[in-house]
Design a protein around this ligand. Structure first.
Ligand SMILES: O=C(O)CCC(=O)C(=O)O
Length: 241
């Protein structure tokens, strides 16, 4: 890992170049053909999976499903990421979040930030489930973002607030505290560059957000998330994705 940021200290880190740039460019071409699943429309706000396939949506950003049968993903990318999960979450102590393997396409926009935590730290549909408060202490999830083109601040490289993973956050008043969180985020976030061939890895409880893309090129990245087994079991008990 490049040592400008530290997973332990900051909650996120950028890897060295480990993946083939040509393969990632091919994946970017493939990703451009996959229909949106959900996302944020500049004029209409949140668009769910009933409407996302419709043509002419003025997207700020959207998610589409990662292809299941891609050889480079399955035989090269996932094994690299799995070995990191083995190290940090424990061999046989974690699994992939299968319902949330997305390509995020960040279009040209200046939409407000949406700082958030990832599963299993935040369930916007069930805010009373706060696993960080009652499961055994330790890392509950690791999110990986594999850029399909270089991530730089101009095209909306993911924003993070360093060190936020060190706290147990109360999410009950999530909706009411959104404006305060946006201000806090805008005042404190950093946007590490992630070269093509590298990836970012962050704890699910490190506050982060999709950022505005000031270029006219859609910035895509693939997201995978490893989650500790006890949290996966809770998710299945509560019917959470
Ligand atoms: O696209 C990004 O930079 C961040 C995406 C993200 O936070 C998410 O999909 O939950």
């Amino acid at each position: 890992m490049i040592d400008k940021f530290s997973l332990e200290r900051d909650g996120f880190v950028v890897s060295e170049k480990v993946f083939s740039e040509d393969e990632l460019r091919s994946l970017n071409n493939l990703a451009s053909t996959i229909v949106p699943y959900i996302g944020m429309c500049k004029r209409k706000g949140w668009i769910n999976n009933n409407e996302a396939h419709l043509p002419d949506i003025d997207w700020a950003y959207y998610w589409s499903e990662t292809p299941d049968h891609n050889t480079y993903i399955n035989e090269t990318i996932l094994p690299v990421l799995a070995s990191i999960c083995d190290d940090l979450l424990g061999v046989d102590n974690w699994g992939w979040q299968m319902t949330n393997r997305y390509i995020i396409s960040n279009c040209q926009h200046d939409y407000p930030v949406y700082p958030h935590f990832d599963a299993p730290y935040l369930w916007p549909q069930k805010l009373d489930v706060q696993m960080a408060k009652y499961l055994e202490k330790g890392v509950l999830s690791l999110t990986f973002m594999i850029p399909l083109m270089e991530f730089v601040p101009e095209n909306g490289a993911t924003g993070f607030v360093p060190g936020t993973h060190n706290y147990i956050h109360d999410t009950i008043d999530w909706n009411e505290s959104q404006l305060h969180r946006q201000t806090f985020f805008n005042d404190n976030c950093v946007q590490p560059e992630v070269p093509l061939g590298s990836f970012s890895c962050f704890y699910g409880n490190c506050l982060h957000s999709v950022m505005s893309n000031k270029t006219d090129v859609i910035r895509r990245g693939i997201i995978f998330r490893g989650i500790r087994n006890d949290a996966l079991a809770e998710m299945s008990k509560f019917g959470l994705g």
